[in-house]
Design a binder for this molecule. Structure first.
Ligand SMILES: *[C@@H]1O[C@H](CO)[C@@H](O)[C@H](O)[C@H]1NC(C)=O
Ligand SMILES: *[C@@H]1O[C@H](CO)[C@@H](O)[C@H](O)[C@H]1NC(C)=O
Ligand SMILES: *[C@@H]1O[C@H](CO)[C@@H](O)[C@H](O)[C@H]1NC(C)=O
Ligand SMILES: *[C@@H]1O[C@H](CO)[C@@H](O)[C@H](O)[C@H]1NC(C)=O
Ligand SMILES: *[C@@H]1O[C@H](CO)[C@@H](O)[C@H](O)[C@H]1NC(C)=O
Length: 427
């Protein structure tokens, strides 16, 4: 009796092998037929065949062939030190049209790709006007790298709808282009402190596998006030905007994964964005569902995913690339930046800062002093072909980095090349 029970697993295994081989052969024949009949050379059809079956079991194989690791390594090989491309999400809400437009023009570079999103709280007229402005602009429409989200999302401040909206933008960017290297999410009240030529120049020499996610596992007061309470975001199912509400029961701190928290502003590698959006590994999906009932989920979702994924947690830089001024102790909203903050902004060496009041004089100062941007135009760079207002499009790979590149390089020395980073990670 005991003997049979032990031998039992062998039977289904060998049976499985017996039908595996004919099935495999059949599929190979079908694929060869399909591929050759669809007008491709024999050589490329063989290549396709081996690409589809990279792990035909051989007598030589050592480790087991788990599917997730194959999917993860299916990404194209890293690209030397070519000039990277950045994929930006710039989002805003009601009344943010002009701010968003200004931020977009300050961030614009023909090598990048942009998604602009005015959420459902903004009137349809505002969203239409944004689409018209993008279509009507000679440079933007010629290059065609600015995408306006047509099906706007309902977004509740601090709620999971915010994370959903960010993932939506990642998905659009991945569908539009496979060429970009980093995804950076900004809001209409953010502004750059360096030119795109500066940032592209400095990022050219960075390994493409470094994500910038400010994180900590020391939750402190957040453990009791964020991790344990359960809330519902009506933005997930209502057509009118209302605030989140709490339920009376509380939950324990998870033991299946470790919670992390940090800044809601992130810069993610394309590979990590694919990991989160495509979901061949269940972790990002499980955590997305977990964070559905977590207040301030934008401050924890990407942190918890990246720090619980060993293949990505070894390449996280603990920085959000922003200058943000918090009161001590921190309040709900950061301090609004003004002219007095300019020296500290510059001193931080950060490429972005937030948050600014609409058309605050300090923005004009940043345009004049740091970006060299004339009112209403783009930030000049090598791509402008010498036209001061960038009305002409030259070679986007011609970069003209300025003093901003030196500041940003100094920041990278601290956060990427420091001992703290190389010893890392996610504590
Ligand atoms: C492949 O298709 C093109 C037209 O789409 C045709 O001109 C060409 O002859 C075809 N080549 C082969 C090898 O069938
Ligand atoms: C096994 O692998 C070795 C080296 O990786 C190779 O030389 C050898 O031909 C392989 N044998 C078989 C049966 O595939
Ligand atoms: C389109 O651009 C032209 C000039 O470039 C401007 O006069 C016009 O007002 C613009 N239209 C819209 C809808 O923005
Ligand atoms: C992304 O950017 C927006 C700015 O609009 C921010 O509010 C949000 O929380 C960010 N982070 C995530 C994870 O969605
Ligand atoms: C990250 O990329 C660099 C440069 O391409 C490489 O040397 C390093 O091994 C990579 N790290 C991981 C963990 O993949």
């Amino acid at each position: 009796m005991e003997l049979r029970a032990k031998a039992a697993p062998l039977v289904p295994l060998s049976m499985e092998r017996r039908w595996m081989w004919p099935l495999l052969l059949c599929s190979i024949v079908v694929i060869v037929l399909a591929v050759t009949s669809s007008n491709m050379s024999i050589i490329s059809s063989f290549q396709t065949m081996f690409w589809i079956f990279p792990t035909v079991p051989s007598a030589n194989r050592t480790g087991p062939a788990f599917v997730e690791s194959q999917l993860a390594s299916a990404a194209p090989p890293p690209v030397g030190s070519r000039i990277p491309r950045l994929a930006y999400l710039i989002s805003g809400s009601k009344g943010d049209l002009d701010r968003l437009w200004r931020t977009l023009r300050a961030l614009y570079h023909p090598r990048n790709i942009y998604v602009v999103h005015l959420d459902l709280e903004s009137p349809a007229s505002e969203r239409l006007e944004l689409a018209l402005r993008v279509a009507n602009d000679t440079v933007l429409s010629t290059v065609g790298n600015v995408h306006v989200v047509e099906k706007a999302n309902m977004v509740t401040y601090r709620g999971p709808t915010m994370v959903a909206s960010t993932l939506h933008a990642c998905a659009i960017l991945l569908k539009e282009s496979k060429e970009w290297d980093w995804f950076i999410n900004l809001s209409a009240s953010d502004y750059p402190l360096v030119t795109q030529d500066d940032i592209l120049h400095v990022f050219s020499s960075l390994p493409r596998n470094i994500s910038f996610v400010e994180h900590t596992s020391r939750l402190g007061w957040k453990e009791g006030q964020r991790a344990k309470p359960l809330m519902v975001d009506p933005g997930l199912y209502m057509t009118r905007k209302t605030d989140v509400f709490w339920v009376s029961q509380k939950r324990e701190v998870p033991t299946a994964f470790k919670l992390f928290t940090g800044s809601a502003w992130v810069a993610l590698t394309r590979e990590f964005a694919e990991f989160c959006v495509w979901g061949w590994d269940n972790l990002p999906r499980i955590l997305l569902m977990y964070y559905t009932n977590f207040v301030s989920s934008p401050e924890g979702y990407f942190q918890t995913v990246i720090c619980n994924a060993p293949e990505f947690s070894v390449t996280v830089a603990n920085h959000d690339l922003h200058y943000i001024s918090w009161d001590v102790p921190p309040k709900q909203h950061p301090h609004t930046l003004s002219m007095d903050d300019l020296p500290k902004m510059i001193g931080s060496n950060a490429p972005f800062a937030r948050k600014f009041k609409r058309d605050d004089p300090v923005l004009d100062q940043i345009d004049a002093e740091l970006l060299g941007r004339a009112k209403g135009s783009f930030v000049p760079g090598g791509w402008c072909a010498g036209a001061p207002l960038c009305t002409e499009i030259g070679d986007p790979t011609r970069l003209q980095p300025g003093p901003g590149a030196e500041r940003l390089a100094a920041l990278m020395d601290v956060i990427v090349r420091s001992k703290k980073f190389t010893q890392n990670q996610c504590r």
